[in-house]
Design a protein around this ligand. Structure first.
Ligand code: HC1
Ligand code: SF4
Length: 563
């Protein structure tokens, strides 16, 4: 075992990739704006600079740990240096912190406070740039960019898209899409991972909270909410509750208190997705056509295929996403004047995902030419609405969703974690609903945090080859192998965000490794405590097929085309 001395204390280390990780292991929260364990090391912000026993200063993110090193993390020189870096960053930064969407979550703001920067001695000489409001999901404010490059690396390394890059040099340097185009004209898929890694408000969620407040204030409007699986495990810790634990019941109560007339669970329509997608899968297997079947519930992935793998558009499942299915079913339900009671229905979808905002306005997912989901807000916006209303979320009693669309099976709940859709399909395909059968499926290789998982299962004597991947850079690897004939699968599940929707672009940011796995665990725990595990055994689903959906399955649950 190797060791180093950090601030006078002996610290052991093994395979930590840099000095920064060893310092953090020692319990010292070394500041940084540009280092993320999931991204390549950039070393641009220099805030993690430390000093060795010979007075040499270096960025700890870019230095390999060596046995016997002596490190000072907070010498007088270092403290002055860090403070100056933040002061210079603030000098070139738009400082409207009181009204900034990132206020309270901004790493630069936090560091200015933490490092005691109370005065900025330099003038901001940077030219004011226009905001990019072209995306339905995100807002880009170049005036708040600090050139850490996190968005560039997230988009390139995790998503394999490369919609953002550096332009110009020195004091003129900027981050922007190539040729300063609007982001909506690039290959951007609206996944929001750039926003997740942005430490400031330079890339933020395009918010839609005002539309929701307006609907809630209108007595002639029935406001209906649907809550996605992954939202329920990313809310509690904001209110000091257990990280990753599902707080669905409290969310339902909060929404009712804010004035929502009905609150439904997107896990219910995830069950509908499983019914339709499993039938489609079996049909394609029997006919031996349009295989591999590509899942279609992640809108960023659907855009990725339709933009970049056009030959595979026919392979995409025609199923709408659970968001799309539930909104279409609810709108159809309230088309009946008896249910409508003279009120207009506004459908609000609460999602962990920024790309769902783009999905909602995608015309090929409308019913009878009408948009089904009227407003999409992200988990982050939900938190702001709860805070805005003044609810003491931590003490709210849990409440049940409304009927008739308020219950999802365990299979529907685990949609929010990578592999969840496939696991729910496999549950649907077996007639055995014993604990052992469910356990065997969970152990088939479908679970786990790896970016690409491959495994096969037996279905009535046929070997079904499956690939589950998350992160679009991983999706690209998989698709290129399929295209080259190196790999052959029957089913490919892709979620654009690493680990699935639990790490969606609309979730509260600054989630460390522990938070990530606790969110996944939270969904698996919610499944564990749900009596009905299989989508086909959800009685509300059976009722819907026998009633409202009869003869309308295709119209309400499928996309006409992806062209
Ligand atoms: Fe997802 Fe889905 S799982 S896409 O990740 O299929 O966003 O949570 O709501 O629609 O159910 C997201 C999550 C979500 C849909 C479902
Ligand atoms: Fe890249 Fe996703 Fe950000 Fe678009 S939303 S720029 S694809 S990371």
């Amino acid at each position: 075992m190797s060791h180093m001395i950090i601030d006078g204390r002996k610290v052991e280390f093994t395979d930590e990739k840099n000095v920064l990780s060893v310092i953090r292991k020692a319990g010292i929260n070394i500041p940084t704006l540009c280092y993320h364990s999931e991204l390549s090391t950039f070393g641009a912000c220099r805030l993690c600079t430390v000093e060795d026993d010979r007075g040499k200063m270096f960025a700890s993110c870019s230095e390999e740990p060596r046995d016997g090193m002596v490190i000072h993390t907070n010498s007088g020189r270092i403290r002055k240096y860090r403070k100056l870096i933040v002061e210079l960053l603030l000098a070139a930064h738009c400082r409207d912190c009181t009204t900034c969407v990132k206020s309270g979550e901004c790493v630069l703001q936090e560091l200015a406070h933490r490092l005691g920067v109370e005065n900025v001695r330099f003038q901001n000489t940077r030219e004011q740039r226009e905001l990019d409001l072209s995306s339905p999901s995100l807002v880009r404010d170049p005036n708040k960019c600090i050139l850490c490059g996190n968005c560039v690396r997230a988009c390139e390394e995790l998503q394999g898209i490369g919609a953002l890059g550096f332009a110009f040099r020195g004091t003129e340097a900027m981050v922007m899409p190539a040729f300063d185009r609007k982001i909506s004209t690039t290959d951007c898929v609206n996944c929001g991972q750039c926003r997740v890694f942005c430490p400031t408000g330079a890339i933020s969620i395009r918010t839609n909270m005002d539309e929701v407040w307006e609907a809630l204030a209108d007595p002639d409007v029935r406001v209906v909410a649907q809550v996605a699986p992954a939202v329920r495990v990313a809310v509690g810790d904001h209110y000091g509750l257990t990280k990753g634990k599902s707080v669905m019941g409290k969310i339902v109560n909060a929404l009712h208190l804010m004035g929502f007339d009905e609150v439904y669970d997107t896990s219910f329509s995830a069950d509908l997705t499983i019914m339709e997608e499993s039938a489609e899968f079996l049909d394609r297997i029997q006919k031996g056509e349009k295989l591999p079947l590509l899942t279609s519930c992640c809108p960023a992935w659907v855009k990725f295929v339709t933009d970049q793998y056009k030959d595979y558009i026919p392979n995409l499942s025609t199923c709408r996403s659970p968001q799309g299915m539930l909104s279409a079913v609810i709108k159809e339900y309230f088309r009946d004047p008896e249910h409508a009671q003279g009120k207009k229905t506004v459908m609000v979808s609460i999602m962990p995902c920024t790309a769902k905002k783009a999905e909602a306005v995608r015309p090929n997912s409308f019913t009878k030419g009408e948009q089904d989901t009227d407003v999409v807000i992200t988990t982050t916006e939900l938190l702001r609405m709860i805070d805005n209303f003044g609810l003491d979320f931590a003490v709210l009693e849990p409440e049940a969703c409304d009927m008739p669309f308020g219950f999802g099976s365990g299979g529907g709940v685990i949609f929010g974690v990578t592999g969840g859709v496939t696991e729910a399909v496999l549950r649907r395909l077996t007639n055995d609903h014993s604990k052992e059968a469910m356990h065997e499926i969970a152990e088939s290789g479908v679970r786990g945090e790896e970016g690409i998982k491959e495994f096969s299962v037996d279905y009535q004597g046929t070997e079904i080859k499956i690939c589950v991947a998350s992160g679009l850079a991983n999706a690209r690897k998989v698709m290129d192998q399929v295209k080259n004939g190196e790999k052959e699968y029957h089913l490919i599940e892709i979620m654009a965000c690493r680990r699935g929707c639990i790490m969606g672009g609309g979730q509260p940011t600054r989630a460390g490794d522990r938070t990530k796995s606790l969110r996944a665990k939270g969904l698996y725990n919610a499944d564990n405590t749900t009596i009905i595990k299989k989508s086909d055994e959800n009685p509300l689903v059976q009722e819907l097929y026998a009633g409202l959906l009869k003869g309308k399955e295709h119209e309400l649950l499928h996309n006409e085309s992806y062209e």
